[in-house]
Design a protein around this ligand. Sequence first.
Ligand code: DHB
Length: 493
Amino acid sequence: RSLLTTAATAGAISLNAAHAAPAASDLVFDADHYVKREVELRGQRIVVRAYENIVYVAKPVDASLQAMNIYVPDAYFRGERIGDFTADTAPIFLPNQVGGYMPAPPGSLDGAKMPGPPNRPNTIAEALLRGYVVAAPGARGRTSQGADGRYTGKAPAAIVDLKAAVRYLRFNDARMPGSAERIISNGTSAGGALSALLGASGNSADYDAALRALGAAPARDDIFAVSAYCPITNLEHADAAYEWQFQGVNDYKAISIAMLDFKVERKEVAGTLTPDQVTLSSALKTRFPTYLNSLALRGPDGRALTLDADGNGTFKDYVKQLLTASAQQAQAAGQPVGSAPGVKLEDAKVRDIDFAAYVRGMARQKPPPAFDAVDLGSGENDLFGTEQVKARHFTDFSFAHSRVAGSIRADAQTVRMMNPMSYLGAPGATPAKHWRIRHGASDRDTSFAIPAMLALALQNKGLDVDLALPWGIPHSGDYDLDQLFAWMTQITG
Ligand code: DHB
């Protein structure tokens, strides 16, 4: 076998290796079919076995996307340990590459083949150096099409694919180093949403028919832990949550649907809400407290978190506390936070944040409705299309206010199957035990309420949740890998 040497600088790895042509299989992992690679990162080296483009379903619709790259530290085939991990205990790190709910190829060790800026951290290499087995699945996305022109990746295709990848890993657990009882999912934005959904909906029968149709391996699909960066999730409530935060901010800096993907460089186009949009904003804001209160959330101290009709109350206080803690942490680390709008310093300590002033300062990105657009023009409208229909509404509100003649609304079950909130406490669903959720304090792709509600709902079910809104961080992920891996060490220790 060839030993390929990989040089890595600034987190980017370049190498060349022949990729096996994807082929349907009996789903039995063949440990002997690999290419050896040497990964070098920050002066550290590790030899791994690369199993690339493994199609994880027996009847793929798109074999280039329904495939996974598996990388295993070679040491595990010699009975060696890496740190505290052995071939039996090493967790399987499962990073998806989904952005913008677009189709995503399997994540590659080859940084040059990864989309995005060249100095993006190579999370896969970082995981391997620490002794993780890495399984990087691809998934279909909203623009995927078959040869006949039919859409093949509309909701819920991407989550079905990720579940099939998990089932493949469980089915092959005894044939592969790494423990399929310790799968840790990671993703950012739409990929963060899918990571959370994977963790919330484990083993739910809702997906069985779709998994069976693909010939997914017969195995469970619950996972051990979830890392989710800025999850663009809870889509059917995200419009109201956005206006709860941004109502009254009428200037925006919008990005086009083609730039939703967090990995793509974004160009902003400034604009001002029309009178019509201002009216929609107020109507949506009014709807949020009813939803929030229906969740009956409790804070870490057991206090009920609610909102009054104006959107004020203990839930808003909780979100403000998250921001204040974030600013205080940044201040203590020597980052200047005093100049940010709304931040109140006293004796070099962050005392409070004026939420309205802070939000005005961070500016609005999306005109209302932010997700279920009345012109069917959002990425999420596109996500909820069908084989034949490009885009659909997915809320009663936007369907009622649609500006598109003859528009249709997604069925409730499909919408449900894309939302992790639907599965918390649902019969037959096995949630991941450990959760790490990050949403940058400068991220305006969705409301702070979205990660806050998810984290609280999980915590209230007794799950282990680590939530933070890191200061100054825009819409992005994998920016704090040392801390991410420290968390992974802690939950697997
Ligand atoms: C992504 C960003 C968005 O603002 C959105 O609505 C959907 C997806 C993303 O970066 O993946």
